[in-house]
Design a binder for this molecule. Structure first.
Ligand code: KIV
Length: 305
């Protein structure tokens, strides 16, 4: 979110949208205009999101898995998240940018949570932060919001505590489990969250939660009733290896295209087809002749290494 112009020199055509503000999210929710959110982790993915005209970018701690190759979101550090979020900020100017607080960056105390939340704003230029869970997380959210940092909640399947939740599976599938997810949502709203992500919750339960809240909700595997939707960039572009979750719709198969492009490059280098004459630079024949003639003397004089 800024008043910087788009970058027409980037080459691609930009979807012309105004800066997205917190007030705009509230307006969109009230009018039923869906909010589009996608994750991004670096300058190229942020630039794609910018040019595609999304409303919000989440610099997700899913970077631990999709960018850094870990098998969960737990290992990523604050410093790594700040580096990724700074690159995203340089690539996107109109979407509202949310930095995801990594595991271990907010649980211990309000003071630590506030300090790390402020790093996303001061060092990376994010507009807001996100943290996972209800309970103590609602207290941390309250402290962060009171310190002037807009904060987003995240309920249902919270990957940072996935093992305690029985793995990466849908949450809130019994009346009491659903009531507990709803309770988390209300506590986070009362704590001052400007929005809440609802992940992997039955659509009918999401509908009941959305009815109880006045702030914008963003769903992922939570059905169509939320004010907006979020997907992981690598999932929606088909950039990941292996199986994806049921809620993922791949809109492209870029991993296959990338493998095929790099394999073709490798084959052409090996066969001598690349580089061709059209990929090289020329020199005037007279200049080349003069170089050739002067070469023995120049080498002898130690002027050519
Ligand atoms: O880290 C992430 O990508 C997320 C989304 C799945 C909501 O938290």
């Amino acid at each position: 979110m800024s008043s910087l112009p788009n970058h027409p020199e980037d080459g691609a055509e930009t979807v012309d949208r105004p800066d997205v503000t917190f007030a705009r999210l509230v307006e969109m929710t009230a009018s039923g205009e869906p909010i589009v959110m996608v994750t991004a982790y670096d300058h190229p993915s942020a630039s794609v999101a910018q040019h595609a005209g999304v409303d919000m970018i989440l610099v997700g701690d899913s970077a631990a898995m999709v960018v850094l190759g870990h098998d969960s979101t737990l290992p990523i550090t604050m410093d790594e998240m700040i580096m990724l979020a700074s690159a995203v900020k340089r690539g996107a100017h109109t979407p509202l940018i949310v930095g995801d607080m990594p595991f271990g960056s907010y649980e211990e105390s309000d003071a630590i949570a506030v300090r790390n939340a402020q790093r996303f704003i001061k060092e990376a230029g994010c507009d807001a932060v996100k943290l996972e869970g209800g309970g103590t997380s609602a207290e941390r959210a309250k402290a962060i919001a009171a310190a002037g940092v807009p904060v987003m909640g995240h309920i249902g399947l919270t990957p940072q505590t996935a093992s305690a939740l029985g793995g990466y599976k849908a949450q809130g599938r019994t009346a009491s489990a659903a009531a507990s997810v709803l309770n988390d949502a209300v506590r986070l709203q009362d704590a001052g969250c400007f929005s809440i992500v609802i992940e992997c919750v039955p659509s009918a339960v999401t509908e009941l939660i959305v009815e109880q809240l006045s702030i914008p909700t963003i769903g992922i595997g939570a059905g169509p009733s939320t004010a907006g939707q979020v997907l992981v960039y690598h999932d929606l572009l088909g950039l990941r290896e292996g199986r994806t979750a049921k809620f993922v719709k791949p809109y492209a198969q870029l991993r296959d295209s990338a493998i095929s492009a790099v394999a073709t490059y490798a084959a052409e280098v090996r066969s001598g087809e690349y580089p061709g004459p059209e990929h090289g630079y020329s020199i005037e024949p007279a200049e080349l002749n003069s170089l050739r003639e002067s070469l023995p003397q120049a080498v002898a004089a130690g002027r050519v290494q």
